[in-house]
Design a protein around this ligand. Structure first.
Ligand SMILES: C[S@@+](CC[C@H](N)C(=O)[O-])C[C@H]1O[C@@H](n2cnc3c(N)ncnc32)[C@H](O)[C@@H]1O
Length: 511
């Protein structure tokens, strides 16, 4: 057997591997031992520390000095695992790869990784190419097992890795531990255990544990964890996000997406978008600037803190709008607005240093995103990015401009109050929980890419009484009443499988 640990660190895996070998009382003259282990790390200190610890174990097991020296020189390597050329494959790849955010990776390394790894895309974390490289090194019957961040299973940067796994590999186990703390030190890593091999087409076991106490991990390891692990005959394919570890919830989601259109297809002119990023919030977006700017250049700004319990509690912050008020594709003529011009010029140095200003020097006072009147004036739903679910407000008269931590939904066909009630219901929150990444503390992200994956009944399929019933609950705070109404409407419009859909609805409502 050939075992690879691509980033051995302090030896959390290597030391038990050597213990297991020693326990077998191997023949120290067996030449196969030389290729038994390959322990890699970029840190010389880590490599020599683990190497010394392994030397001690071999010595204690009676391994002769010359053999020890030979084995240690073959078993340990120091270098960048992602840039090393291997000439063999491995039967086991096991470890806890490094987590380094894209921005913290040296630019020269970024370029080198990009040229070697198709999965190294969209500012992804370094653990992503660790998967790619490690999977490529698996022998025909080889198995990879990583404890690693699970962010790639739903994120946009994980798409290429998911596709690679879905197309050419087999997930034998995915154990989500993002709510557990399995590490010796407190690491904010959203961990999961992945077991991946090349036996494409086999079943997958998947589950979630929130604590490593109580023997759950052990039961998963020995396969006696029927209540924790759910069997998937077919795992997610292609670039699909791994939305749930529960196979029955997965079929619910498949059914819902088969029965109902995605939100942007649910009615003409229904669009999802994000609020404005300025690149200099302290200049463009604050409460105090009002007296320094011509009032026509100010728009009421709504941030995530202003949306509470489905209501807008505007805390009187404005955004300076640097675009022409009659044609938002053009910049404001500063000579016509002397106070605004003077204010922006006072901050010119800072504003001009932004990338967007260097790219468009004539429009140095632009915001990162364009501010569009069509977004402002439309009646729209406002949804804070990070929330526990169901916090959806309606800007009925199109009065507020959303900040970058707020997403919006507008529609030229939907009754916005009815849509608001649907978006607050457990039917939608349940879907959001499946498609979004979970944050610590159970919050979910209402990002545009997640919202676009929510499926709801088409507005045309609702009759007037349904719309009225939904809209009448617009001020209702009792989720049970909202859920009861949405469930009735959802069941009614999915007349093809009414009983079924009602069950599905409850699966979501119960989370
Ligand atoms: C999260 S630690 C894991 C260590 C070990 N697997 C464990 O579980 O104790 C990550 C290790 O990756 C190493 N590392 C970082 N970048 C690396 C690279 N490009 N190639 C090899 N090792 C790397 C670090 O030095 C560190 O020891």
């Amino acid at each position: 057997m050939r075992i690879l640990e691509p980033s051995c660190g302090d030896g959390a895996f290597v030391l038990p591997i050597v213990d297991a070998l020693v326990a077998e009382s191997p023949d120290w003259n067996d030449a196969a031992l030389e290729t038994f282990l390959c322990a890699f790390d970029i840190s010389e200190k880590s490599v020599s520390k683990v190497r010394a610890a392994v030397d001690g174990k071999l010595l204690a097991a009676g391994c002769p000095k010359a053999v020890r020296e030979r084995l240690l020189s073959r078993w340990f390597s120091c270098g960048d695992f992602l840039l090393h050329d291997f000439t063999c494959t491995f039967d086991v790849v096991i470890g806890n790869p490094p987590y380094i955010r894209f921005d913290n990776i040296d630019p020269a390394k970024q370029a080198a990784y990009k040229s070697r790894y198709v999965t190294f895309s969209e500012r992804c974390d370094i653990y992503v190419p660790f998967f790619e490289r490690s999977m490529s090194l698996l022998s025909k019957r080889g198995v990879l097992s990583f404890i690693c961040s699970n962010r790639f299973v739903r994120s946009s940067y994980g798409r290429r890795l998911r596709r690679m796994i879905g197309d050419s590999f087999h997930v034998s186990l995915y154990l989500n531990m993002e709510h557990a703390q399995p590490f010796e030190t407190d690491v904010s890593a959203y961990p999961a255990v992945f077991v991946i091999d090349r036996r494409v087409g086999r079943e997958t076991y998947s589950g979630e544990i929130s604590s490593i106490e109580g023997g759950e991990l052990e039961r998963c390891r020995t396969g006696s964890a029927k209540s924790i692990l759910s069997r998937f005959d077919r795992w997610y394919s292609g670039r699909d996000a791994w939305v749930t570890t529960d196979s029955s919830l997965r079929s619910t989601i498949d059914n819902v997406s088969g029965l109902f259109p995605a939100i942007e297809e649910s009615g003409a002119g229904t669009r999802v978008g994000i609020g404005v990023a300025t690149g200099a919030d302290d200049v463009y977006a604050c409460g105090q600037i009002a007296s320094e700017i011509e009032s026509s250049c100010l728009l009421p700004l709504v941030s995530s803190e202003d949306i509470r319990n489905g209501s807008i509690m505007w805390n009187k912050r404005y955004i300076l709008n640097p675009y022409d008020q009659h044609d938002d594709s053009r910049m404001l003529d500063l000579s016509m607005f002397p106070k605004t011009g003077a204010y922006l010029n006072r901050h010119a140095e800072r504003l001009k240093s932004r990338y967007c200003a260097r790219k468009h020097p004539d429009a140095w006072y632009r915001t990162l995103d364009r501010i569009k009147y069509s977004t402002l004036r439309a009646p729209k739903l406002l949804l804070p990015d990070i929330q526990r679910g169901g916090n959806v407000a309606l800007d009925e008269r199109g009065e507020y401009y959303p900040h970058h931590n707020v997403y919006w939904i507008k529609s030229s066909s939907w009754n916005m109050k009815a849509l608001c009630v649907i978006m607050r219901s457990s039917f939608v929150t349940g879907q959001m929980r499946c498609v979004s990444m979970q944050m610590r503390g159970g919050s979910i992200r209402y990002q545009a890419q997640n919202l676009r994956n929510v499926h709801i009944p088409a507005w045309r399929s609702l009759d007037e009484s349904d719309v009225d019933a939904l809209a009448s609950l617009y001020l209702e705070k009792d989720l049970k009443k909202i859920d009861a109404c949405v469930e009735r409407v959802v069941a009614k419009v999915s007349f093809r499988q009414p009983r079924r859909i009602s069950e599905l609805y409850f699966a979501f409502a119960l989370g």
